[in-house]
Design a protein around this ligand. Structure first.
Ligand SMILES: *Cc1c(COP(=O)(O)O)cnc(C)c1O
Length: 469
C-alpha cells in the first residue's frame, strides 16, 4: 500500500502549469467556441503530469476490493464471480457500437439476443414472457407492481391497492409498492423466519377485497426455503390477489426449481446478481420482469428501447457458456457452500435459526456475548485478513445480524480459509477483545465514523478545503 500517495486528492497533487495531455488536432475545421459562451475564468482543474495521474489512479484502484481480489461473502447481494468472457462478448464492437435509433434492419442480431435471452429466462423461471426494460431489481419490482395494478384496473378491480409484504422482506419491496401508489400491509414471520400462515389467513379474511398482491422472495431473507409457497399462492389467488416474486434470491433455485411452478404470477430477476454482471458500487444492473400468460399485455414502458442491453448481453453469454448441463449445478453448489460454512462456525457464532439453509444464512453475532465484541467489530477485523465483510445488521430481525453468502464458484480451500479466519477472530475476541474492537489495522483507512459520514458527508474538494481552514 502506498500510504504516501494514498489520501491525497488529485487536486492536492496539482502543480500550476503542469500538463499531462495534448489534445488531438481539431478535425472539424476552424470551429471554435463562440466568445460569449466561453467561461470568464479558468476552471479549477488539477494540473498534473501523466505519470502522477497514472500512479494516483492506479494506486486508488488497488485499494478497491472486488470479487477478483478475494472472497466476497456479502449476503443478499450474490457477489459471484463474473467470467471475463461475458465482458468480451458485451464489448464486441458489433454490439457495443449500436445506436438504439439505427434502422431496424441493421439491429436484427441485437434483437435476436434479447428474444433468446427472454426465452432462456422463461425456461429457467417457468413463466411465459419477459420484458428486459427495467434497469435494476427495484425498478423491476416497480414494473411488476405496475403490471399488477393495471391488471386489476382492467378487471374493474381498482380498489385492490394493498400489497402484503413479509416483515423480513428487502427494503425495496415496501418502497416499490409505495412508489407505485399502493399501500403496504406487513405479515409477520414465525420464529423460524418463515411466513406466519395464521397471520396471513387473518389478513386475507380482513382485507381480501383490497389485496392487489403479495410480494415474497424465496429463499427468504434468512436464506430459508419457504415451503408454504403453494399454499400461500392458493390463499392469495383465492382472495383475488397476484403473487409477486422478488427474484433477487434466484441463485440457489437455479437449476433446482422454478418460481412459475410454485404459483408466482410476476417476478423480476437481478441479472447483475444471478447472471453475473459486476455490480459493486451500485451498478450497472438489469431487472427483467417475467409474467404468467395473459399478463404480458400490461407491460409498461419503463425505459426507452431495450433497457440495459450490455447487462443482457453478459447474462446471455453466461447462460450459454454454462448451458443446460451446468446451470443446474449453480443452485445446489451455492447451497452446499453456505451450509458447509454455517455448520463449521455455528459452535462459535450464534445461529438463531438452525436447519438447512439455501444460498445464505444469518448469524446473530458471536456466541460468547461476554466479550463485548460486536458484529461490526468482526466485520472490520475480517478486512485485516483480506476478506470482504459479510452483510451486517441486516435483516433487522436480530440485533447482531451477520449475513453470509458464499456463492457456488468458491473452492473448498477458499471456504476453509474463511472459516479458519472467522474462528481466529472468535478466538481473538476472547483473548484480546481490544484488537478486534479497534480493527481494521491493515487497511489504508481505519474505522470511520459512519454516523458523521452519513449525516455530514463532505462531497466536494472545496468543502473539504473550507472545513480544514
Ligand atoms: C438486491 C435486492 C433487491 C434490489 O435489487 P437492486 O438491483 O439492487 O435494485 C431486492 N430484493 C432483494 C431480496 C435483494 O437482495
Amino acid at each position: 500500500m502506498n500510504n504516501r500517495l494514498y489520501g491525497n486528492l488529485i487536486f492536492e497533487l496539482s502543480q500550476p502549469g503542469r500538463k499531462g495531455y495534448s489534445l488531438p488536432k481539431n478535425r472539424f475545421g476552424d470551429y471554435t467556441v463562440p466568445q460569449e459562451l466561453r467561461r470568464k475564468e479558468d476552471a479549477e482543474l488539477p494540473e498534473c503530469d501523466e505519470m502522477t495521474v497514472v500512479r494516483h489512479y492506479t494506486n486508488l484502484s488497488a485499494n478497491n476490493f472486488g470479487v477478483d481480489n478475494g472472497f466476497y461473502p456479502l449476503g443478499s447481494c450474490t457477489m459471484k464471480y463474473n467470467p471475463k468472457i461475458n465482458e468480451e462478448v458485451a464489448a464486441l464492437p458489433q454490439f457495443q457500437n449500436l445506436h438504439p435509433l439505427q434502422p431496424a434492419e441493421t439491429t436484427r442480431g441485437a434483437e435476436a439476443v434479447c428474444t433468446l435471452l427472454c426465452r432462456a429466462l422463461c425456461e429457467l423461471t417457468g413463466l411465459h414472457a419477459f420484458t428486459l426494460k427495467p434497469f435494476a431489481g427495484a425498478h423491476g419490482e416497480l414494473t411488476g407492481l405496475m403490471i399488477i395494478r393495471r391488471y386489476h384496473e382492467s378487471r374493474g378491480d381498482a380498489q385492490r391497492r394493498l400489497v402484503i409484504v413479509p416483515d423480513s422482506a428487502h427494503g425495496t419491496n415496501p418502497a416499490s409498492a409505495a412508489v407505485c401508489g399502493l399501500e403496504i400491509v406487513e405479515v409477520k414471520s414465525l420464529s423460524d423466519g418463515t411466513v406466519d400462515m395464521d397471520a396471513l389467513r387473518l389478513l386475507l379474511d380482513e382485507h381480501g377485497q383490497e389485496i392487489a398482491a403479495m410480494m415474497m422472495t424465496n429463499p427468504n431473507t434468512l436464506g430459508l426455503f419457504e415451503r408454504q409457497i403453494p399454499e400461500i399462492a392458493k390463499l392469495v389467488h383465492e382472495a383475488g390477489g397476484l403473487m409477486y416474486y422478488d427474484g433477487a434470491n434466484l441463485n440457489p433455485m437455479l437449476g433446482a426449481c422454478r418460481p412459475g411452478d410454485m404459483g408466482f404470477d410476476v417476478m423480476h430477476i437481478n441479472l447483475h446478481k444471478t447472471f453475473s454482471t459486476p455490480h459493486g458500487g451500485g451498478g450497472p444492473g438489469a431487472g427483467p420482469v417475467g409474467v404468467r400468460k395473459g399478463l404480458e399485455e400490461f407491460f409498461p414502458e419503463v425505459s426507452p428501447y431495450h433497457g440495459n442491453f450490455a447487462v443482457a448481453m453478459r447474462a446471455y453469454a453466461y447462460i450459454l457458456s454454462l448451458g443446460r448441463d451446468y446451470l443446474k449445478y449453480v443452485g445446489p453448489l451455492a447451497t452446499l457452500n453456505a451450509n458447509y460454512i454455517k455448520e463449521q462456525l455455528k459452535d462459535v457464532y450464534e445461529l438463531p435459526i438452525d436447519g438447512l439453509c439455501k444460498h445464505e444464512f444469518v448469524f446473530d453475532g458471536l456466541k460468547d456475548k461476554s466479550t463485548g465484541v460486536t458484529t461490526m467489530d468482526v466485520a472490520k477485523r475480517l478486512l485485516d485478513y483480506g476478506y470482504h465483510a459479510p452483510t451486517i445488521y441486516f435483516p433487522l430481525l436480530f440485533h447482531e445480524s451477520l449475513m453470509i453468502e458464499p456463492t457456488e464458484n468458491e473452492s473448498l480451500e477458499t471456504i476453509d480459509g474463511f472459516i479458519a479466519v472467522m474462528r481466529q477472530i472468535a478466538e481473538e475476541a476472547k483473548s484480546d477483545p481490544e484488537l478486534v474492537k479497534s480493527a481494521p489495522h491493515n487497511t489504508p483507512i481505519g474505522r470511520v465514523d459512519d454516523v458523521l459520514a452519513a449525516k455530514h458527508p463532505v462531497t466536494t474538494y472545496k468543502q473539504l478545503k473550507n472545513e480544514q481552514d
